[in-house]
Design a protein around this ligand. Structure first.
Ligand SMILES: [Zn+2]
Length: 192
């Protein structure tokens, strides 16, 4: 085969000669990064590094897990399935959640909405239980499709499924974030 012209490549290289990409002419390779930029980068990295959700039911207290299972089974039988999306929390994850909306707190302070009142150290979330895996006393659950996948984005707070979830949880003696007046928490149920 004869060599064929590659118009796309040629076009690009023409562009490069007339208008170099800024990142290519930025800095000599061995120049040390300025301290302020370095600090900014690590702050950004901390904000981005969300500790993962834990979906292992075995890390919940047995008494709570039994009730959670009963709630989910009943909702599934009613054809309004909910899926367990988060249970036990590490100190680190609770601190990360606490940092949202509190830019001054360490180590994860950043802008955003306030999502919890518990700092994870002085005050533990019920998701943390007593701090040890196997003691979690709270779960966040979301409306799911028939195939078990969470509906995303979740339905709004006035969707009747949220109230049903809360009421079925209450039947099991659980507390439901749906009914909290301060920082209403639709997906959250817990063993008091
Ligand atoms: Zn929760």
């Amino acid at each position: 085969m004869a060599t064929q012209p590659t118009p796309a490549k040629r076009k690009r290289s023409t562009g490069e000669t007339t208008k170099p990409a800024p990142e290519r002419i930025a800095e000599p390779q061995n120049a040390p990064a300025p301290v302020s930029a370095d600090a900014m980068l690590s702050a950004k990295a901390a904000a981005a590094a969300e500790p993962p959700k834990d979906r292992d039911p075995a890390k919940l207290a047995a008494a709570f897990r039994t009730k959670l299972d009963a709630v989910l089974a009943k909702l599934a039988a009613e054809k309004t399935p909910f899926k367990f999306d988060e249970g036990f929390r590490t100190v680190e994850r609770q601190q990360w959640l606490y940092g949202s909306g509190r830019p001054a707190v360490k180590p994860y302070g950043r802008s955003g909405p306030i999502v919890t009142h518990k700092d994870g150290v002085k005050e533990l979330s019920n998701h943390q239980g007593n701090g040890k895996a196997g003691s979690g006393r709270a779960a966040d659950c979301y409306p799911a499709k028939a195939n078990g996948k969470i509906i995303w984005p979740p339905p709004p707070g006035n969707d009747p499924r949220w109230k049903r979830f809360a009421d079925v949880a209450r039947e099991q003696g659980l507390d439901a974030g749906y009914y909290w007046t301060d920082l209403k928490d639709l997906p959250h149920i817990e063993l008091k």
